[in-house]
Design a protein. Structure first.
Length: 126
C-alpha cells in the first residue's frame, strides 16, 4: 500500500506489518516480495521487511514457484529464492514460468519457450 511516496505492507486484516520504507513493493509470493529502495534498485524482502536478497536488480518480478524473472542492465534472467541465477541474464524480455516453462524474447526479437534448464523447447522464427 502506498503512503505518500513510500510503500508499506499490510496483512489481510489491514494491519501494517512493514512500515512505509520502500519506493515500490510488489505483493508477497512464496513468502518473498520484490521491494525497491530506488527506482532501479530492487531486491526481495521477507515478511518481517528484511532484505533476504539484496537490492541489485533494475526490475524484479514476483516469484512463480521457485523462480523469479529479473532485469539487470539490458538483459533478463531468472533467480532462485537464494538470489543466485538459475538462468543467466540473456533475454530482452523474460516472462513468468508456468507449468515449468516460460516465454522469452531474444535480442533479435525472436520469441521462444524455455524450460527451467534454459533449454528451448519451442524456438520461434516469428
Amino acid at each position: 500500500m502506498e503512503i505518500g511516496d513510500k510503500w508499506e505492507c499490510i496483512n489481510a486484516q489491514g494491519k501494517i506489518i512493514i512500515n512505509p520504507q520502500f519506493t515500490k513493493a510488489l505483493p508477497f509470493s512464496h513468502d518473498l516480495a520484490a521491494a525497491y529502495i530506488s527506482p532501479n534498485s530492487c531486491g526481495y524482502i521477507n515478511q518481517q521487511g528484511k532484505f533476504v536478497i539484496n537490492p541489485q536488480f533494475d526490475v524484479a518480478a514476483r516469484f512463480h514457484g521457485d523462480l523469479a524473472a529479473v532485469l539487470i542492465g539490458n538483459h533478463c534472467g531468472y533467480i532462485g529464492k537464494d538470489g543466485k541465477y538459475v538462468i543467466n541474464p540473456q533475454f530482452k524480455r523474460a516472462y513468468d514460468f508456468s507449468d515449468g516453462v516460460a516465454v522469452v524474447e531474444a535480442d533479435n526479437k525472436k520469441y521462444g519457450v524455455i524450460n527451467k534448464k534454459d533449454q528451448y523447447i519451442i524456438n520461434s522464427n516469428v
